[in-house]
Design a protein around this ligand. Sequence first.
Ligand code: CUA
Length: 333
Amino acid sequence: MFDAQFWMPERVNALAGDDSLFMFILWVSVISTGLIVAAMVWLGVRYRAGSKVNRVRPPSDHLGLEVTWTLIPTLILGVIWYWGTRDYIESSIPPEGSMEIRVMGQKWFWTFDYPEQGIRIQATEEIDAKKVAEGKPVGLVVPVDTPVKLIGSSADVLHSMFVPSFRMKKDVVPNRYTTTTFQATKEGVYDFFCTEYCGTKHSNMITKVTVLNKTAFQAYVEEAQEAAAGPVDGATVFASGGCAGCHAVAEGAPDGIGPSLYAAFGREERLVGGETLIIDENYVRESIENPAAKIVEGYGPVMPSYAGRLSEEELTALIVYLKGLGADKEAGQ
Ligand code: CUA
């Protein structure tokens, strides 16, 4: 109970310092609350109605008392300020030679780019579930005992990356970069949350950090590099873009946040504003790059733009894949 690991997960980050500041603030709060409640109870009993106690008010200016109750809290806050600032600065500066990983938050998934290794990992609920089923490393994959510098950004609104086991929390913000750092001390799989409310599926914006030994990490990187060199597959683009979070692709599946894409080509769609159109390649392309341009009636303008995020090759592969969905069925049925 006097050790933070009593109520927090095991700490596996060599750069995080210990949890003593947390424990200090916690016990200062517990003791202050205890003293205040004790004083309330004591005064309540002593001055209850009918008690025979001296009710004459003493003079209200008591210099010694006022200095004491100003000085003690100020000193405690000063200690917390100094301690917190020092630890915050220390935990924000990545060690020289850290491995760099770029983290992008987007409604509602994470993208991890490894510029040195030339690989990219996408983490959506669907991708993660598939990796778990296949026994593959999930989410952000890092080697053990290696300092890592995370450079975070956001494609839309505020998100925040939070790994309790690393005691690490940092906002990712549109139009600027934020940095944080960690060095995992133990192989394993740890929770990675979005901890800033970011809309409908904020609570699904969850993935993992998988810490591998250095040999396994090297093998993982090589496999990922090989996979990335292959031809582009539209189904993979669909999955890694996080599209499945909002769009159903199976026959009869209920609509998600966006319209179902099963047998969508050739379907007549009514737009917000009453206009109608037949879904074709150009409409799909426009909806990927500029989703707000023509919104199907009954849906909101919530889809993020993928302009510049997909290469021409990926965009074409994606459209070919979407066009193939239910193409054997009669259009619009
Ligand atoms: Cu992203 Cu909450």
